[in-house]
Design a protein. Structure first.
Length: 67
């Protein structure tokens, strides 16, 4: 396998059997990947509650107090 075959990969580190164990990427690419993962998580969370009725601040705080 070559690093050029993987998006963002600058270097592939393999174990004794030749299996990829680590990938070296630029820090800026790493930050963009983290943002993309966080954005996807936020979108999934928003989809999960899209049909719920919003609470007022007072009701939301009361719900938190119950927990």
């Amino acid at each position: 396998m070559k690093a050029e075959e993987y998006p963002f990969a600058k270097e592939l580190i393999t174990d004794a059997e030749g299996k990829i164990s680590q990938v070296v990427i630029d820090f800026c690419d790493y930050q963009r990947l983290l943002e993309a993962i966080e954005d996807e998580g936020l979108a999934l969370a928003m989809m999960e509650v899209k049909d719920e009725t919003p609470l007022s601040l007072h009701d939301a705080l009361a719900e938190l107090d119950k927990e």
